[in-house]
Ligand binder design. Structure first.
Ligand code: EPZ
Length: 427
């Protein structure tokens, strides 16, 4: 099992190209199910989760072809075609590896009139039910059956009917499944309190490019007029705002200056506001965003929230950076019930963090020292990498497969800006 080895203490300076967004790619890929025509996605990140999702689609009968990387492009170009669905079942062995597999539920139901998906079960950061996915589909006339760890959704008339649904809790995945189901339903669907994450805007923009009729894109009130069919499209995956935010924290924790290429300012504002409060200099350029730490970091108080609030996916990375800020910082994790799994490992590196339920207090500045550490989820792993970049001595982050799910060419990108970091095979 590979690990990432870091010798800390280097100040990072230079440019980092930001890859296509994992959480956009994972909702754009299943859109291939909505048409018999070819869907080409460009700027796809080279990530384990993208490969896992493509493999799942292959099992359902979707052909996928990855073209070589063209000069000047950093992402992959994948052409998908679902001209012959051979199965409507997303099996347990696939879903347990990647819970985002549940995003085939809505589009498969819309295309085939039925879809069966293994229940994803919980994960390290929380129980993560899919009840809202199912309620939204029921609002469109789907009949839902739960049996033997699977959920089966059926459109009794072969085609869903448009319907209204108000989400009691903002849910990214449930909004995505509902939108992908509604675009082929008969009639109008209105979604209230829908998630507004940029990844959902990317999904809606792709669906419109495929011929869908969606109003209110970017708002919490989506109005979808179902159509008879969708056609193919070619679409570029948006840049990864969480990857960019993670590397911005790398600039902060090492006292460096990084130019993050390809990010979109309007998708970064909650993160940049917090980083600016912490004392980082943020400059949006025509190539992306420059983040520089010219002074000691200041403490901040932040609660995670659905977009446009501060992203829960940035909480662990920010916490690592705040370990070296001068004072007490306060974090509140409002989205997931167990997203402080990085804390015990940060403590082993010298961090002084108190956790009380969903709140955490970070006492800084504390000198961090290198250690062998491991994490249980993607963002917790990145938090440990960031701590290792600033720590005195050597850090080895184990279970690097977590990182490979969400950070493309991590060690390459960080080495290029001065980090002493390498991937080590454990044999
Ligand atoms: C997406 O997960 C992201 N994953 C997560 O990123 C991200 O943390 C999360 O949105 C919040 O922004 C992908 O896009 C692939 P939710 P998702 O449904 O859709 C509760 C990463 O690190 N809920 O918005 O699963 C749920 O338990 C990953 O890249 C229900 O109660 O998140 C949570 O408390 C981690 N019932 C809250 O809503 C449901 O049916 C938000 O979850 C669905 C969700």
């Amino acid at each position: 099992m590979d690990s990432i080895w870091i010798r800390g203490g280097k100040t990072l300076k230079g440019e980092i190209p930001i890859s296509g967004a994992k959480n956009a790619a994972l909702t754009l890929l299943p859109c291939a199910l909505l048409t018999e025509e070819k869907l080409t996605l460009t700027n796809l990140p080279r990530l384990a989760d993208v490969d896992t999702f493509a493999h799942l689609l292959n099992q359902l009968g979707v052909s996928t072809h990855v073209a070589g990387v063209k000069k000047g492009e950093i992402g992959r170009r994948m052409t998908l075609q679902a001209d012959e669905i051979v199965s409507t079942v997303a099996p347990y062995d696939m879903v347990r590896k990647m819970r985002a597999s549940v995003l085939v539920l809505g589009p498969m139901l819309a295309r085939m009139g039925e879809s069966t998906v293994s229940l994803p079960g919980g994960c390290a950061i929380g129980d993560r039910p899919i009840d809202l996915h199912l309620k939204a589909l029921e609002a469109m006339g789907a009949e839902i059956e739960l049996a033997a760890g699977y959920v089966k959704a059926v459109a009794p008339k072969g085609r869903l009917d448009g319907g209204d649904f108000s989400f009691p809790v903002v849910s990214v995945g449930a909004t995505e499944n509902a939108v992908m189901a509604a675009v082929l339903a008969k009639g109008k669907t209105q979604l209230f309190n829908a998630a507004r994450e940029p990844e959902i805007v990317d999904l809606c923009n792709l669906l419109v490019a495929m011929g869908a009729k969606i109003e209110g894109i970017g708002s919490g009130h989506l109005i979808i007029e179902g159509v008879e069919g969708l056609h193919g499209a070619t679409y570029e995956v948006m840049p990864d705002r969480i990857e960019a935010g993670s590397y911005a924290c790398a600039a902060g924790i090492t006292g460096g200056s990084l130019h993050l290429l390809g990010v979109r300012p309007e998708e970064m504002l909650a993160t940049t506001n917090v980083l600016a409060q912490a004392g980082l200099a943020i400059e949006f350029t025509d190539k992306g965003m420059k983040v520089s730490a010219h002074q000691p970091l200041r403490p901040v108080a932040v609660s995670t929230a659905p977009f446009p609030g501060f992203a829960t996916d940035m909480q662990a990375q920010l916490m690592a950076m705040l370990c070296v800020a001068e004072g007490q910082s306060f974090l509140e994790e409002t989205i997931f019930e167990n997203r402080y799994m990085h804390v015990p490992e940060l403590r082993r590196m010298g961090a002084d963090v108190e956790v009380h339920g969903r709140s955490a207090i970070v006492h800084g500045p504390k000198p961090l020292t290198g250690a062998s550490v491991m994490a249980t989820d993607l963002r917790a792993s990145m938090s440990l990498v960031l701590a290792g970049l600033a720590a005195e001595g050597e850090t080895e982050v184990l279970r690097v497969y977590h990182l490979d799910r969400g950070y493309e060419r991590l060690e390459e990108k960080l080495s290029a800006v001065g980090a002493t970091i390498e991937r080590r095979s454990a044999g």
